[in-house]
Every structure is written in structure tokens, then in C-alpha cells.
Design a binder for this molecule. Structure first.
Ligand code: SAH
Length: 232
């Protein structure tokens, strides 16, 4: 199987490189990013850092699909928690994703609905999610639920509450739904795995917590993807 893994930040990719041993086979530089192809047993793994935000994530996803034709794409990283039931280091595996900042509500369309598209949310691959969910992490929850993405770092209690109520989402980040959107257009199976680095402002500590805990959270997310790779 050929599996591509996209991280938004170097810290997230470093956590995966620390968790699994991979043999480099080839490299591709394109649109300011480096795509590295590895052998992992009989499987091929491609790792790339996309950069932060939906446009960077979308460009990277399309380049991956066009140049490597992966069987599946997994986005791995950190996110803000939208519920007090999930805390730092807990992991959310996306059932589906919505672009929370896509707003054509002026036309009477729900917030997050992409104009003229036949779906409201982008559903992750059930088989990949089953494998991802089979992990057990010491002292941390691993749950399935909706993730929302937008070009905003959420560090405000009211905004976090709004996103939770509006979208029934468990976590917020800045890339997952864009990757999901591109995979949907290309009919490529995908999954999004995010470990919680902060409470999205519900504790008044969003940025501080993100800065302090992102490496720890990235490590938890890396363990979940390691388990997936071992079960392919
Ligand atoms: N200047 C910072 C920006 C980080 S943006 C830096 O370069 O480190 C936050 C990143 O972590 C994004 O990739 C996003 O997907 C994720 N993230 C974590 N917590 C988030 C939150 N509360 N809101 C939005 N994205 C969050």
C-alpha cells in the first residue's frame, strides 16, 4: 500500500520520524515543499510538511495525488479542543470535516456549506478510521468525531462554544477539511488524526498551551499513526 502522511508543521512530522523507522527512497521538491518517499516493510510511505492553513494544505494534497498516486492520505497533527471532556494529549479521529469559515449564509445556506457542492461535510474513510481507532494510548482518550477547519487559530471561549454548537464538532484546526476537500474531489480515501494541544481559548490559555504542549500532543498523534502503519 502507498500511504501519504501530511503534517502542517515540522514539529508534527518530527514526532512521526521519531516514532517509526523509515528507509528513504526518493525525494521531490515542489511548490516550496519537500516530499520524501520511504519504504516501510512492503509499504510505501510519503511524508510531507504542507505549511499552515487551508491553501497550503490543499496545494500539498493535490501535488501528492498528482505525483505519487497514494492509495490513501492521512493528515496527522495537533488541534484545539472544543469540549471540556477532551483535554491535552487526547486524540480525535475525524468522522467528517467542515470548513467552518466558508460563509455564504447571505444566500440562506448553512455556515460551512461549500457553494454548489453536493456534500456539507467530507467523510473520512471508515476502514482507515477503524484501524486508527484500534490504538490504545496510556492515560489518553482516542475518540471519533467531527473536526472543523478554518484559517484562524481559535483562542476564544465564545468562538469555541459557537463552533461546538454550530457544527457539533470536537476539535478545531486549520488544514484537515482542506485536505479532505481535495481528497473528495479526487476520490482518494483519507483520514485526519489530531491530538489536542490546547483548549481553543476555553481556559484562557490557548496560545500558551499550544506553545508548551504541541510537541507532547504531536507525539500522541504520531503513536496513533504508527499503530496504523503497523496494521496496514
Ligand atoms: N505561529 C504559530 C501558528 C500556529 S497555527 C506557529 O507557527 O507555530 C496552529 C497550528 O496548530 C495549525 O496547524 C492548526 O491546524 C493547529 N491548531 C492547534 N490548535 C489550534 C486552535 N486552537 N485553532 C486552530 N488551529 C489549531
Amino acid at each position: 500500500m502507498k500511504l501519504a502522511i501530511i503534517c502542517a508543521m515540522e514539529e508534527e512530522l518530527a514526532a512521526i520520524e521519531a516514532a517509526v523507522s523509515l528507509n528513504l527512497v526518493a525525494k521531490l521538491d515542489k511548490a516550496s515543499n519537500n516530499y520524501a518517499e520511504y519504504k516501510f516493510g512492503e509499504h510505501t510511505i510519503i511524508l510531507v510538511v504542507s505549511g499552515i492553513g487551508k491553501v497550503n494544505a490543499a496545494v500539498t494534497t493535490q501535488i501528492l495525488i498528482d505525483n505519487f498516486a497514494p492509495d490513501a492520505i492521512v493528515n496527522v497533527g495537533v488541534a484545539g479542543s472544543l469540549t471540556r471532556d477532551l483535554v491535552f494529549g487526547d486524540v480525535v479521529i475525524a468522522t467528517d470535516l467542515v470548513e467552518h469559515d466558508f460563509d455564504i449564509t447571505a444566500f440562506g445556506v448553512p455556515l460551512g456549506q461549500i457553494a454548489r457542492m453536493d456534500t456539507f461535510s467530507f467523510a473520512a474513510d471508515a476502514k482507515l478510521n477503524e484501524l486508527l481507532h484500534s490504538v490504545s494510548l496510556l492515560n489518553h482518550q482516542v475518540v471519533l468525531g467531527r473536526i472543523v477547519s478554518g484559517d484562524q487559530f481559535i483562542d476564544d471561549e465564545q468562538k469555541a462554544l459557537f463552533l461546538r454548537n454550530e457544527f457539533k464538532a470536537l476539535a478545531c484546526e486549520m488544514e484537515g477539511a482542506a485536505i479532505a476537500h481535495v481528497c473528495y474531489l479526487n476520490k482518494v480515501p483519507f483520514a485526519v488524526v489530531r491530538s489536542l494541544s490546547d483548549m481553543a481559548g476555553q481556559d484562557g490559555q490557548g496560545i500558551h498551551s499550544f506553545n508548551e504542549l504541541k510537541e507532547m500532543a504531536a507525539g500522541r498523534a504520531a503513536l496513533v499513526v504508527k499503530n496504523l502503519m503497523e496494521k496496514l
